[in-house]
Design a protein around this ligand. Sequence first.
Ligand SMILES: Nc1ncnc2c1ncn2[C@@H]1O[C@H](COP(=O)(O)OP(=O)(O)OP(=O)(O)O)[C@@H](O)[C@H]1O
Length: 258
Amino acid sequence: MAPQLPPSGVPVTPDRAGARLSLEGVGRRYGDRWVLKDLDLEVEPGSFVSFLGPSGAGKSTLLRIVAGLEQPSSGTARLHGSGPRPPMARMMFQEDRLLPWRSAEDNVLLGVRGRREEARALLDAVGLADRGDAWPSALSGGQRQRVALARALLHHPELLLLDEPFGALDAITRIAMQRLLERMWLDQPRTVLLVTHDVEEALVLSDRVLVLADGSVGRDLSIDLPRGDRRGHPRLVSWKEELLSDLVEPASAAPGAA
Ligand SMILES: Nc1ncnc2c1ncn2[C@@H]1O[C@H](COP(=O)(O)OP(=O)(O)OP(=O)(O)O)[C@@H](O)[C@H]1O
C-alpha cells in the first residue's frame, strides 16, 4: 500500500500505533552494584513516556535494555509490535551522531538504499527542506538534531528511544524541538520513551512521567492535560514542584550546609 501523507507531508506507514513494552522484574548489575532492581513496567502502545531521575539512576541503562543493546541481569524486557514481526526501535542521543562526510540527506539515508523521496519529505517535515545538501558542519546544533530525528523516523520505528536528545541545545531551540517532536508524534502515533533532566520538558510532552530512584520506579504520574499549550497550566506547575522536590536534594541535606 502506498504511504499516506498527513498534513505535515511526513510519509506514514498505516496501522502502526506503536510497540507495547513489558518489563518484569528487570534488574541490571555492574560488578556488585545493582543499578536497576526488580523493575516492573507496562507501557501502552502509542504512549509518550518520560523518565526523570538523578544522575546515575539508571535511565540510560534502562533505555539500552529496551533497545536490546544490553541484557538485563535479571527479569525480562519484552516488546510487542502491531504485526507478527518484532517491532523496530530506533534511538536518538544527546549527540547527533551524524557522519561529517555525508550530506544531511545522505545521513538520513544512512544504511538505507533508495527512499530518497521519503528522506526529502522527512527533511521537509523537520524544517530542513532546503538543507539536504548541507554538510553537518554547516548546520546548527538544532538543525543537526532535526536531521538525526528524520534519520530515526525514516525507519518507521514503532518505538522511539530518546536519550536526552535536546540536552545540548539552548532553551529556545529546545522548545522548538519539543514542539516539532510532539507534532511528529501526533502525526504518526508511536511509542516514545524519553530520558530527560528537564522536568518541564517531560511534563509538556508526556502522557506519563516516571521518576527512577534507587533502581526502580519511585513516582508514576499520568499527565492528563490537553496538549498544545501545557506550559503555565496550574496543574503542570504543581506537578513540576512535586517532581523537583523529588529530584533536588534539600539545601539542608547538601554537604556543607549549615
Ligand atoms: N558499562 C557499564 N559498566 C559499569 N558501570 C556502568 C556501565 N554503564 C552504566 N554504569 C553505571 O550505572 C549507573 C547508571 O548509569 P546510567 O547512565 O544508566 O544513569 P543515568 O540515570 O542515565 O545517568 P545520567 O542522568 O547522568 O545520564 C552509573 O553509576 C554508571 O556509572
